[in-house]
Design a protein around this ligand. Structure first.
Ligand SMILES: Cc1cc2nc3c(=O)[nH]c(=O)nc-3n(C[C@H](O)[C@H](O)[C@H](O)COP(=O)(O)O)c2cc1C
Length: 363
């Protein structure tokens, strides 16, 4: 059995996010935007693994956001993607992202257990209760208008998954949403479960996350607000006798000089942003999700273009380290990283930023 790095308590966690999706996290028209091919993901996964990065997190996306580039219109399916990466790496933890409404929990329980068997205990599961209405319509699914129903369904769905992982006998399930006969889930995950992520922003979603997840994802827009938000989430989990780590997502443009980094930001996410896709993304967030606080969402159109709203880590290696240290000081347990071209830009981050983080004592 391998160690699952997401179960390790110490150290500020670093992962990547969205490398399975076309354009990654940058809503740009430049030809060098991320090509989410399997070859690129495999190359990236092996580099991250060798560099000691903790995890990779995919986005489950079924239709793109339109615009000239149809942002996220090309996507490698997360369970298959994660399994192949686990089979091709040694140490890194790899998550699958799964929409509860689109996936039968008996099937998901088996898929995640299989991933974990392939990876020797390095799998993880990111649970999405739903928010993207056009995507649900594309799949022929109804997105419940209210968060109570979305998360009530997600809770029963996950209760089924967990029971399948832990039960070694056949059982029936008679719930509100699922009626199962004589199910059994062998083999289960290597440790009987896997690290669980959830990225809810709503009150109902945070009840779900603090009850079920090991890590909750939340955007870092205003770090003074993050300090209070993280304290509240930890208190909410403690009230349930649980601990939850709070993670965020960041977008990296790291160059030898600050001017070079800023020029690349302007080139990718201002001059050549796919504004139509950005506006579709922002509109959908307003309509159906509470992942970004709505008062801040209106102010961060430029951050949505640069890195899907990720915390900007733009500048020299020293400035990027400073940014990561400020996330750590705010109480975040870790962050994902995205790059315009992950495979091309990660080596500079590895060689110049990782040693400074080790020196600073957070990794
Ligand atoms: C880091 C992160 C990862 C997410 N991954 C996905 C994803 O892959 N697919 C998806 O449809 N939604 C994804 N979401 C959306 C959340 O799961 C959640 O549905 C959304 O934030 C709405 O929150 P709410 O249901 O509390 O309003 C992600 C959000 C964040 C912040």
């Amino acid at each position: 059995m391998a160690e699952n790095l997401m179960l390790r308590r110490e150290g500020f966690k670093l992962g990547t996010f969205s490398s399975n999706c076309s354009s990654g996290m940058t809503v740009t028209k430049i030809p060098e935007r991320w090509d989410a091919s399997w070859e690129n993901n495999l190359k990236l996964g092996r580099m991250l693994d060798e560099a000691g990065i903790d995890f990779m997190l995919p986005i489950a996306r079924w239709i793109g956001y339109g615009g000239e580039t149809d942002f996220h219109g090309g996507v490698l399916e997360p369970v298959v993607w994660a399994t192949a990466l686990l089979a091709s790496t040694q140490r890194i933890s790899v998550f699958a992202t799964v929409h509860t409404a689109a996936n039968n929990p008996v099937v998901t329980a088996k898929q995640i257990a299989t991933m974990d068997q392939v990876g020797g205990g390095r799998a993880g599961l990111n649970i999405v209760a739903g928010w993207n209405k056009p995507e649900y319509e594309a799949l022929g699914l109804d997105l419940p208008a209210d968060h109570e129903t979305r998360y009530g369904y997600a809770q029963e769905w996950f209760d089924v998954v967990r029971k399948l992982w832990q039960s070694d006998t056949h059982f029936d399930w008679e719930g509100e949403y699922f009626h199962l006969r004589g199910v059994k889930g062998a083999p289960g995950p290597v440790r009987g479960g896997v690290p669980i992520l959830n990225a809810a922003g709503s009150g109902q979603g945070r009840e779900f996350a603090t009850r079920n997840a090991d890590y909750l994802f939340t955007p870092a827009i205003d770090l003074t607000r993050s300090v209070d938000e993280i304290a509240a989430l930890k208190a909410q989990a403690a009230g349930k006798g649980r601990e939850v780590g709070v993670l965020t997502f960041s977008h990296v443009i790291c160059r030898e000089t600050e001017a070079e980094a800023r020029d690349w930001l302007t080139h990718t996410a201002e001059t050549n942003a796919d504004w139509e896709a950005v506006d579709n993304l922002v509109k959908l967030q307003f309509a159906h999700a509470q992942s970004f606080p709505h008062d801040l969402l209106a102010q961060i159109r430029h951050l949505m273009a640069a890195g899907h709203g990720g915390y900007p880590l733009v500048g020299t290696p020293e400035q990027v380290v400073e940014g990561i240290l400020s996330l750590h000081a705010a109480g975040f347990a870790g962050t994902t990283l995205s790059f315009v071209d992950y495979a091309e830009e990660f080596p500079f981050f590895r060689d110049r930023v990782l040693p400074l983080l080790a020196q600073a004592g957070i990794r």
